[in-house]
Design a protein around this ligand. Structure first.
Ligand code: PXP
Length: 255
C-alpha cells in the first residue's frame, strides 16, 4: 500500500487569515497521524503566506512523526532544511504569484543548481525528493543530480478527471503519462511518489499504480477536515487509497 503524507499548509492558511494562534498545524499533524497518515508535509514559502518559520521549528522539535519539508531550491531554504533535518526535503519550483505549485521542477534546465542543492542537503544529512512533471527525461535528470526520490505531478490527471470524469479519455491519457513516468523512475532505481490535486474522488487510479511508494495530499484533506475533522478526513482518504491499491495489486498479480 502506498504511504500517505498529509500536507498541513492550509491549516496554517486559516490561522494566517486572522494572524492568530489557531488552528495549530502541530495539533493537525497529530490528528492526521491518528487518522492513518504516515507523515506530514509543510511548505515554507518565500512569502510565508501560510506556514511560518516558527511552525517548521516547532514541528521539527515537537512532532514525533515523519516530517517532510517542501522547499524551493534557494540558499535560505537549504539552511532551514539543514537546521531542522526533516525525513525528506521536497524540491519544488516556486512562483510568487501562483496560488499553488503549478508544475514540476524543470530539472533538465536547472540541472547544475539542483545538483548543488541536493549535494548541500545530503551533506547536512537530508534526503531529497524532486517534484517533476510526468516526463521520463525529468526523472533521468533527477537521477543525474543525485535525487533518490521523484514525486510525479498528478495535477493534470486531477484536472482532467474533474473536467471529464475519471474514466474519460483525457483523464486516461494523463494517467498513462503518470504510469509511464513511474515506470521509468523505478527502472532508474529511484523511489516513485505522486501528488497534487488528489482527493477521495480521483486518488484511486493513482493509488493502484504499480510500485507507488507515497502519496502527498493536502488541500482536499484540509477542506474535508473543516467539515468532519482532520482524523476522519484522513481516515476517509486512507480507505480510498487502501481499497484502490488492493484491487490494483489483485489486477497486477493476475496479469
Ligand atoms: N506535492 C507537492 C510537491 C505540492 O507542492 C503539493 C501542494 O503543496 C502537494 C503535493 C499537495 O497538493 P494538494 O494540496 O493539491 O493535495
Amino acid at each position: 500500500m502506498p504511504l500517505l503524507c498529509v500536507n498541513v499548509d492550509h491549516v496554517a492558511t486559516v490561522r494566517q487569515a486572522r494572524r492568530t494562534f489557531e488552528p495549530d498545524p502541530l495539533e493537525a499533524a497529530h490528528e492526521a497521524i491518528a487518522g492513518g497518515a504516515h507523515g506530514i508535509t509543510v511548505h515554507l514559502r518565500e512569502d510565508r503566506r501560510h506556514v511560518q518559520d516558527a511552525d517548521v521549528l516547532r514541528l521539527a522539535e515537537a512532532f514525533p512523526g515523519r516530517l517532510n519539508f517542501e522547499m524551493a531550491a534557494t540558499d535560505e531554504m537549504v539552511s532551514m532544511a539543514r537546521r531542522v533535518r526533516p525525513a525528506m526535503a521536497m524540491l519544488v519550483p516556486e512562483g510568487r504569484h501562483e496560488v499553488t505549485t503549478e508544475g514540476g521542477l524543470d530539472v533538465v534546465r536547472h540541472r547544475d543548481r539542483v545538483r548543488e542543492v541536493i549535494a548541500a542537503l545530503a551533506a547536512g544529512g537530508v534526503r531529497s525528493s524532486i517534484f517533476i512533471d510526468a516526463d521520463p527525461a525529468q526523472a533521468e535528470a533527477a537521477l543525474s543530480c543525485g535525487a533518490s526520490v521523484c514525486e510525479v505531478h498528478t495535477g493534470p490527471w486531477a484536472h482532467a478527471a474533474h473536467a471529464s470524469g475519471v474514466a474519460s479519455q483525457p483523464a486516461r491519457r494523463e494517467l498513462d503519462l503518470v504510469r509511464a513516468a513511474g515506470g521509468r523512475i523505478r527502472a532508474l532505481g529511484l523511489q516513485f511518489n505522486a501528488g497534487h490535486g488528489l482527493s477521495t474522488a480521483n486518488v484511486g487510479p493513482i493509488a493502484a499504480l504499480p510500485g507507488l511508494a507515497e502519496l502527498h495530499i493536502g488541500h482536499s484533506i484540509v477542506s474535508r477536515a473543516v467539515i468532519v475533522g482532520m482524523r476522519a478526513a484522513v481516515a476517509e482518504i486512507r480507505a480510498a487509497i487502501d481499497g484502490a491499491a488492493a484491487s490494483g495489486s489483485a489486477v497486477h498479480s493476475a496479469r
